[in-house]
Design a protein. Structure first.
Length: 394
């Protein structure tokens, strides 16, 4: 078992309750991938098995996965079947992905089935998997820069790219408490990784041609998700300005300017007001011009503020961190592409639901569909449409 020094009380409990278990403690919290890499470096077995601490494994959990692992020489990793804690629903059986790099647990939430078939899958779930040590090292292990979420998808994708296969083992069963190990982490912190790590994955793993198409779409989709979550009044940002609304600003300032004049007429009469009018008008016009200039500058710089949900800011920070990490990602991408033995088109067949929009925000699905079509991404996975037949002439 691996844990960090910050979880020393849990490590002590395990050592006392299960004295035959070896506890490996990292000096700091390395996240999911980093922690598992740290443990793997300190083991000498031919294969490595990973299981989360928020799961409960059947007695034959490991045996069933190993049976599949040794069944063919090109199988590098195997993912077990993960059930809900009450064993009524499926948590994981098939690992897939969207074209923009989000991991999918295909079949998640479906009723538990006894007849699930063994098959090739894009990736295992890191919460229950086994992998040959040499192939784990060959493809670069888990990318610990992810810290949490989608490290297993990235690993599986790289295994396929390197010429290996990943399978599932439907008879290998564990029960899982959904997000049991990360439930105490703030949602906005997790949301950054949910949106950032898919960008890491697609940047490293697609070939040049596919990346050139998908990366702009992925970034535009993240930006649109932020806009939809903020839900601003788009008319307030639009040009040309609606004339009905545009006239309200000068009229309001005229009312402000006319108020002192009316008061002076009441208090001083026409003659008294006439004597004061030139100087007062000059002061008023000067003040009004100053206000208008200040307002114009505020408009150019954006004087207003909008309430922004933390999850919306998380998506923007995901884009920022992706950009900041590009120098490292370029090096990783070069290493990944150097071991390529399969084309992207072969690997795309394993994605399962590649056009799934995922973001549960009103209006996002339509924008997602528009981006898939605009960048030609739907053509990667949809069968070609027959050309309309032209009517013959006489």
């Amino acid at each position: 078992m691996t844990t960090s020094t910050g979880a020393s009380s849990f490590a002590s409990f395990v050592q006392q309750a299960f004295p035959t278990v070896r506890v490996i403690q990292s000096p700091e919290n390395l996240g999911f991938g980093g922690g598992n890499n740290y443990a793997a470096e300190r083991l000498a077995t031919d294969a490595l098995a990973f299981v989360n601490n928020d799961t409960r494994a059947d007695p034959t959990w490991l045996e069933e996965m190993v049976k599949v692992l040794v069944s063919a020489p090109d199988i590098a990793a195997v993912g077990g079947k993960i059930l809900s804690w009450d064993r009524k629903q499926t948590d994981f059986i098939i690992g897939g992905a969207t074209l923009t790099g989000y991991g999918l647990q295909i079949g998640w939430g479906d009723p538990m089935r006894e007849d699930d078939k063994e098959r090739d899958i894009l990736s295992p779930c890191g919460g229950s998997m086994v992998i040959w040590r040499d192939r784990f090292n060959e493809v670069g292990r888990f990318d610990q820069d992810y810290f949490l979420f989608y490290e297993d998808l990235d690993l599986g994708w790289r295994l396929w790219l390197a010429g290996y296969r990943v399978r599932n083992a439907p008879k290998s069963l564990v029960e899982h408490v959904m997000h049991g190990s990360v439930r105490l982490v703030d949602d906005q912190r997790k949301a950054v990784l949910y949106d950032r790590n898919p960008l890491y994955t697609i940047y490293k793993n697609y070939d040049d041609a596919h990346l050139a198409q998908v990366l702009p779409a992925a970034l535009l989709l993240l930006a649109e998700k932020v806009v939809l979550m903020v839900n601003p009044d788009r008319n307030a940002f639009a040009l040309p300005v609606d004339e009905g609304n545009h006239s309200a600003l000068p009229r309001r300032h005229m009312e402000i300017a006319q108020a002192p004049l009316a008061r002076s007429l009441r208090e001083r009469g026409v003659m008294g007001t006439a004597k004061r009018l030139p100087a007062a008008t000059a002061r008023r016009l000067s003040a009004l011009n100053t206000k208008l200039r200040q307002q114009a500058m505020r408009r150019l710089g954006g004087d207003g503020s909008l309430p922004v949900r933390a999850s919306a800011m998380s998506s923007l920070l995901a884009i920022e961190q992706f950009g900041q990490h590009l120098p490292v990602l370029r090096s990783k991408r070069a290493a990944v592409q150097a071991m390529r033995r399969r084309s992207d088109q072969e690997i795309l067949k394993l994605f399962g639901l590649p056009l799934e929009p995922l973001a549960p925000v009103g209006g996002f699905a339509a924008y997602h569909r528009q981006m898939m079509q605009a960048f030609g991404l739907d053509a990667w996975v949809l069968p070609p449409q027959p050309s309309p037949e032209r009517g013959g002439g006489l």
